[in-house]
Ligand binder design. Structure first.
Ligand SMILES: *Cc1c(COP(=O)(O)O)cnc(C)c1O
Length: 474
């Protein structure tokens, strides 16, 4: 269930991969952990955390650059020379402009799925030619904007394709256009994230009666449809299952091109979805391993006849984010020690609401931000929200957390602190990027300021105080 039992391909907890000793390990793990410890210590010393700021999020810039480089290298190693490969970061994983800008510098584009995400990508300066729009519910206005900008668009369904027909009729189309298909290869261990089940809401369900023929005809009727898109997974899907989805998509591209008598589909967008190992430090499976699994499963896709687009999100950022919180109180209930902190449902909604599917590792630090020593004690780490289930961790073994210590929720760089949930009007924490400063210290840069109480009042209708009392009357 938690995606770390090896069955789903994430490998054993120590990060080695017996099936693939030549590259399934993560040599970056130790450096990453050391940088994180140094950053927590420095965050406490620099006052990024204090009694008034009990919660902060940290991003490891070095680690993000390393993951981007690993991704580029993994696909460069399996593609024919000269193959165009666009790695488009799934903006939803970490929708922060400076992060997108950093990835841009590392040669990574953007996959966007809403007007807000497109605006973030544009604010980061990501070029239209390196941006892909993929949402299941694009409005006509969104489509018109994307086409005007020349952004790649993957249509989700026949009705959307009809809208694109209308918008492009008689015009010169600059956007690479494609269709998303659901190869229906099956789900993974987390139902909510399984995009390739028989009844998934995404894309054209390929195995439904008549669907495949409809897709082929749709391409033959539209010479400008040159891409085919699939995204068969996210956390909890085995790389082998993802590879099957990619293989089916490739076979369909081959069929379309055969029947068209030309290389109409020139690019296959294979989506993202590489799982992240939340159980221990190493990043497994690695991009290198996934790329090799893919090439083995779908050699034709890597032979140089197709360009590639990828859309990884979680696997690029998760390992590089840490939520650090002060232990406000330490108490005991029913014999169980409970550390009451400021990190709960507002920064870890998935973990709090579905703890079995989304367990997080917690690291204990003392009041000065040094790794806490002491025998492991089974304890709960609670958040600040007013419901009993607001627990960041339940029954985790850690050195006993005491008042004034710090707790860190690891691997939270994607889908956690950048996915704020406004329960109890808790503010969005500040996000700081960090790098070793070269002299043994850590340098921080503000990525996003903490939300203020005034901002919470404003976004909660503060300017409309009398709307319901002075406004509508019977
Ligand atoms: C969410 C999503 C991604 C990224 O998924 P990750 O699991 O974060 O890698 C890529 N493509 C599409 C279409 C998505 O919806």
């Amino acid at each position: 269930m938690n995606g770390t039992d090896g069955k789903d391909g994430t490998g054993p907890a120590d990060g080695t991969d017996p099936a693939d000793p030549a590259g399934g390990t993560d040599p970056r793990a130790a450096g990453r952990a050391a940088r994180r410890d140094a950053a927590v210590r420095a965050a406490v010393e620099h006052g990024l955390l204090d009694s008034g700021l009990p919660l902060v999020a940290l991003l490891d810039v070095t680690g993000i650059r390393e993951s981007a480089a690993d991704l580029r290298a993994a696909f460069a190693a399996v593609t024919a020379p000269g193959t165009p490969v666009l790695h488009a970061f799934a903006v939803k994983a970490t929708p922060l402009v400076p992060v997108l800008r950093l990835l841009r510098e590392e040669g990574i584009g953007a996959e966007v799925a809403s007007p807000g995400e497109l605006a973030l990508a544009r604010a980061a300066g990501i070029e239209p030619g390196r941006t892909v729009l993929d949402s299941p519910a694009k409005t006509t206005a969104e489509l018109r904007e994307a086409l005007a900008l020349g952004i790649a668009v993957n249509a989700d369904n026949p009705q959307e394709l009809a809208r694109i027909d209308a918008l492009t009729a008689g015009t010169e189309v600059r956007s690479p256009l494609g269709l998303r298909v659901n190869p229906q290869v099956g789900g993974g261990s987390i139902e909510a994230l399984s995009t390739a089940t028989a009844t998934s809401k995404f894309g054209v369900a390929l195995r439904d009666e008549g669907a495949r023929e409809w897709v082929v005809r749709a391409y033959l009727d539209r010479p400008w449809l040159t891409r085919l898109h699939t995204h068969t997974g996210s956390q909890g899907i085995a790389p082998a299952t993802m590879a099957r989805g990619v293989a089916e998509t490739y076979e369909l591209a081959e069929e379309i091109n055969r029947r068209a008598g030309r290389r109409q589909v020139d690019t296959v967008d294979i989506g993202g979805g590489l799982p992240v190992n939340f159980a221990s430090e190493p990043a497994v499976p690695t991009y290198g391993r996934y790329a090799r699994v893919l090439r083995e499963a779908v050699p034709g896709l890597f032979a140089g006849r197709y360009g590639l687009v990828t859309e990884f999100g979680r696997s690029l950022l998760a390992k590089h984010g840490t939520v650090v919180t002060r232990v406000e109180y330490a108490k005991s209930a029913g014999g169980r020690p409970v550390a009451v902190t400021h990190a709960g449902v507002q920064v870890a909604a998935r973990t709090v609401y579905a703890p079995a599917a989304w367990p997080l590792r917690i690291a204990a630090y003392d009041a000065k931000g040094r790794p806490k020593q002491g025998p492991p004690v089974v304890q709960d780490v609670a958040g600040p929200a007013c419901f009993a289930g607001d627990l960041l961790a339940q029954g985790q073994e850690l050195p006993l957390l005491e008042q004034g210590d710090h707790a860190a929720a690891l691997d939270t760089g994607a889908y956690y602190f950048a996915h704020h949930y406004g329960y109890n009007s808790l503010p969005r924490p500040a996000v700081h990027g960090f790098v070793p400063d070269g002299t043994g210290g850590i340098a921080f840069a503000l990525v996003r300021p903490a939300q203020t109480v005034e901002e919470i009042v404003t976004e909660s209708g503060g300017a409309h105080r009398d709307a319901l009392t002075a406004g509508p009357t019977p």
